[in-house]
Write a protein that binds this ligand. Structure first.
Ligand SMILES: [Zn+2]
Length: 353
């Protein structure tokens, strides 16, 4: 089976019943890739493995790295350690050279929870995530203050350039899951400015096949919130933590999000808003600051019918395995856990890859 046939089949099968149908599936037109009906996603993954000649299943004892890059991080001299898009591009090429496949985070999550058999995945997989919903997830930006030219490259462009260099890859690999901050009021206050945290690209990213939009909470308890403010789009006041202690300034951590009401406001209110923008319920969550408070974990474990979240990710620097806690799945953070190609190789080696 040739690649164009594969892409056509998998692209077509990716459509959810609610998604706009098209008879010309191609890489840029995939829709709702990861949360496609489970049986169809298994078929898509199996087809890719057959074509790639990589028929070995992901072991039940695998230790899968899930990596976090913040797309908005760029500093001079714009090298691997200072510019997220440069690091991501280098790492994608490295994964390719090592026979490691970037697959949608949702598939890794399903596998970890025992909902997906390892035979539907390649034997060496990684997940890629980005947090906060910076514009550079999706849109290239004109930022002439850096030494490396005026335009900063988005993660979307990095993926597109990888596909141009490696056209044998299917539409869903490489794949990035972006965890966005929901509250328009919070985003309007965030540094370096509201134009870097818009939600106008979320629907396009969700429909693209190369990216999916997930939940990073309502307000990140950002320090820039200095007083109690109504977020009319969500119908609640921010910072949400003020509901817990009456202090209506952001604290820059998530410690106060530790009871039912604040958890509901940070998780379910955010998910409702994000779904309204993307058309898909964001059923993965990433804790701001990686702070998985006991109250939030209890909320996830107890109120599934309300939040409809499959799993939640920290920044614990641990591999995801079938022994992982569903509500504290680990991630490795570029800029903290590794800053060089040798560093990411250490993480891959530790996974047994
Ligand atoms: Zn964050």
């Amino acid at each position: 089976m040739n690649i164009s046939k594969l892409v056509k089949i998998t692209g077509k099968e990716a459509k959810r019943s609610s998604a706009a149908a098209t008879n010309a599936p191609k890489f840029s037109a995939g829709a709702k890739t990861c949360r496609m009906p489970r049986m169809l996603s298994l078929i898509a993954a199996a087809l890719w493995m057959a074509v790639a000649g990589n028929a070995t299943a992901l072991s039940n004892s695998a230790q899968v790295p899930v990596l976090l890059y913040h797309s908005g991080e760029v500093r001079n001299p714009c090298d691997y350690g200072s510019y997220a898009s440069v690091a991501l591009a280098a790492d994608l090429e490295n994964f390719h050279q090592r026979g490691i496949t970037v697959v949608p985070l949702y598939w890794i999550t399903e596998w970890a929870l025992g909902l997906r058999d390892g035979s539907t995945l390649p034997d060496k997989v990684v997940g890629i995530t980005t947090d906060d919903g910076n514009e550079l997830d999706w849109n290239d930006l004109y930022l002439p203050q850096y030494d490396c030219g005026p335009w900063r490259k988005s993660f979307k462009t990095v993926i597109q350039e990888f596909h141009a260099a490696h056209p044998e890859y299917p539409w869903y690999s490489p794949h990035v899951s972006t965890f966005v901050i929901a509250s328009p009021v919070a985003r309007s206050l965030m540094t370096p400015g509201p134009q870097y945290w818009t939600d106008g690209w979320w629907a396009a990213a969700q429909a693209s096949g190369m990216m999916e939009v997930y939940n990073h909470g309502t307000d990140h308890d950002i320090l820039e919130i200095l007083s109690k403010q109504l977020d009319s789009a969500l119908g609640i006041y921010v910072p949400v933590g003020g509901n817990a202690d009456g202090d209506w300034k952001g604290h820059g951590d998530f410690a106060r999000i530790n009871d039912y009401l604040t958890s509901k406001f940070e998780v379910t209110k955010a998910a409702t808003f994000i779904a309204g923008k993307t058309g898909a319920w964001p059923d993965l969550f990433a804790y701001p600051f990686g702070n998985a408070t006991p109250g939030l974990q209890s909320y996830f474990a107890t109120f599934g019918a309300e939040h409809q979240t499959l799993a939640a990710f920290t920044t614990s620097g641990q591999y995801v395995s079938r022994n992982s806690n569903r509500w504290t799945l680990g991630r490795y953070v570029w800029g903290r856990d590794w800053t060089t190609p040798a560093g990411v190789n250490g993480i891959l080696n530790g996974a047994g890859y």
